[in-house]
Design a protein around this ligand. Structure first.
Ligand code: ADP
Length: 558
């Protein structure tokens, strides 16, 4: 199993399958903490609701009964049905990716609430028939009660199950089975509710005095509705973490104020409070839907952007890699050919009956000169990395680390590597070439993976970003592989130094060139208890420009 921690100050492993797959939790916006703006919006909404409540109960419209509008209930029930069904569909879609039981419970609640609307419309007087198409005078009111107790209980179930241990939080079966079970359970409850409220109507206590006026029994049924809603609201408030939780708090708050509004100041249908309660009901059913739609559209835009970025980066990497390979091949080919030809000539002079040692010496000198020339060519290629400053932009290194891990996710998963990320929460930005820095990170991560792949577990890749010497960003990539022999610790940065059968030995050399071109340093240190740590620094951007002279750490750091 591969886990990732992205905690800032500490390291808390999480399941990488949920971090690094399409089910990536950080892509699921509703499971992210709400932003300050959202918290303010939610608070504003709650304050507005309190205002509406006070206005309706004590204001000039208190007790006013309006005209009976028969079209109102069908509009209301249709709106709630559509909102609830769409919310349920979106929650099921999220469930089939994340497989969280809590999402399934919440989705069941929305199915339950949505289907209840059909029954409610069928029983409500004046919608399909003057006295309701099915059921007696009390049926619609009792269905309303069951609905208003039932939905908060589902929300309570969600709130209680959402923070369960990973083993219990995840649905182990197929998503289809989960969804079928959830819809089936909700439908069963509806049937049971319908049976009690419609068939059992004659035996139920009277909630309505007639088709319009609520009787005193309402105060008793109001209690379980209030208890269920307040319990869900309180649990959500205590366990509130995500954006979804926050908006469910608002939904439950709406439920809580609905209980007294239904009875006070006018205990009957078609009053100002009756209409207000139902309009607020439409709002309540739409809140989570808006959150989910917002999530989907934002996610869609992000995915498109990520895909575009990935393609651009891949092309740029291939281009850089190709360019390096082509320039090496092209520039080094000539001195290499010369070396081979001269070496052949040298052996020819040695093979003579009387070896011509002067010519052999001359050939060896030419070979050495060509060798130096090849070295200079490579140095020249490194120089090109040093001088490229055109593409530098302000970068968030933590984001770059996340992007690099995403690009390597398949390899990490394949080799069952545990990834720990410790990003510094207030890391300053750096002005750098995004593609080149990403290449550095990808090279270091690829090397770490290669080093650990052949070793027994635990294989841990630890990436950390910190602020160094006040104005430098320090990134370290540590692994638990075999490490580097002491006498190779500087040689590994030489071009062509490799210990891999199919290695080119260019990676670290290119990385060092890139980092140095950014006025930083890249160095190696042994990891404890085993493995290697590669660290590099970059000058942080302060006030728009990097501060000179402070970003070179002393070698003793390593
Ligand atoms: P290549 O990967 O093609 O060999 P590099 O320049 O990236 O080229 O690496 C040079 C050498 O440095 C590697 O062959 C390996 O011996 C050593 N090396 C690099 N990274 C690590 C690491 N994380 N752990 C152990 N050895 C490493």
């Amino acid at each position: 199993m591969v886990t990732v921690a992205d905690t800032g100050d500490g390291v808390v492993p999480r399941d990488i399958d949920r971090i690094f797959s399409p089910s990536d939790q950080h892509f699921v916006l509703s499971s992210l903490p709400p932003s300050t703006a959202q918290k303010r919006l939610a608070l504003g909404l709650v304050c507005a609701l309190i205002g509406i409540y006070l206005l309706i109960t004590f204001g000039p419209f208190a007790g006013v009964v309006l005209r009976r509008v028969d079209a109102f209930i069908p509009i209301y029930t249709t709106a709630v049905l559509v909102n609830d069904s769409m919310t349920a569909i979106l929650l099921y879609a999220q469930f089939s990716i994340l497989r969280l039981r809590s999402t399934l419970v919440l989705a069941s609640g929305y199915v339950f609430a949505g289907l209840f609307m059909i029954l409610y419309a069928l029983t409500f007087p004046g919608v399909f028939a003057p006295a309701g198409l099915i059921g007696g005078t009390q049926s619609a009111a009792w269905l309303y009660v069951v609905w208003k107790i039932g939905f908060p209980l589902f929300v309570l179930g969600y709130a209680l199950s959402k923070d369960a241990e990973p083993g219990k939080a995840l649905w182990r079966g197929s998503p289809r089975a989960g969804i079928a079970l959830s819809v089936g359970a909700a439908a069963l409850l509806i049937v049971a509710g319908a049976f009690v409220c419609i068939v059992g109507e004659p035996w139920l206590p009277r909630l309505m005095l007639d088709s319009r006026v609520l009787g005193p029994n309402w105060t008793y049924v109001g209690i379980p509705i209030a208890v269920a809603s307040v319990a869900a609201l309180a649990t959500l408030l205590i366990r509130r973490r995500s954006m979804l939780d926050l908006w469910l708090v608002v939904v439950m708050f709406l439920y809580v104020i609905e209980v007294p509004l239904v009875y006070y100041p006018t205990p009957g249908r078609f009053s100002v409070s009756f209409y207000t309660v139902r309009i607020l009901g439409i709002l309540a059913s739409g809140i989570v839907l808006i959150v989910m739609v917002h999530e989907i559209t934002t996610l869609y835009v992000r995915l498109l952007q990520a895909l575009r970025d990935q393609r651009r980066e891949r092309e740029a990497r291939l281009f850089t890699g190709d360019a390096v390979a082509a320039s090496i091949a092209h520039e080094v080919k000539q001195p290499l050919t010369a070396i081979i030809t001269t070496a052949d000539a040298g052996s020819f002079f040695l093979d003579r009956d009387v070896p011509d040692l002067d010519r052999v010496k001359e050939a060896l000198a030419r070979i050495a000169a060509d060798g130096h020339r090849a070295g200079a060519v490579i140095e020249n290629i490194r120089e090109t990395f040093r001088n490229e400053v055109r593409n530098r932009t302000l970068l968030d290194i933590n984001q770059l680390i996340r992007d690099a891990l995403l690009l390597e996710q398949d390899e990490l998963r394949k080799h069952r590597i545990l990834v720990h990320v410790e990003p510094h929460q207030h890391l300053p930005q750096v002005r750098a070439d995004r593609i080149q820095l990403q290449q550095v990170l990808l090279n270091l991560i690829a090397n770490a993976i290669a080093a650990m792949a052949a070793r027994e577990e635990p294989r841990i890749l630890h990436l950390q970003s910190t602020v160094h010497a006040d104005d430098c960003v320090l990134v370290s990539v540590a692994d638990t592989g075999p490490g580097v022999d002491a006498h190779d610790s500087e040689r590994i940065f030489n071009a062509h130094f490799t210990t891999k059968p199919d290695g080119m030995g260019m990676g670290l050399s290119i990385c060092r060139s890139i980092v140095e071109a950014h006025q930083g340093r890249l160095w190696f240190a042994p990891n404890t208890p085993r493995g290697a740590v590669f660290r590099f620094t970059l000058g942080a951007e302060s006030g728009g420009r990097p501060r000179p002279g402070l970003h070179e750490p002393s070698r003793s750091m390593s």
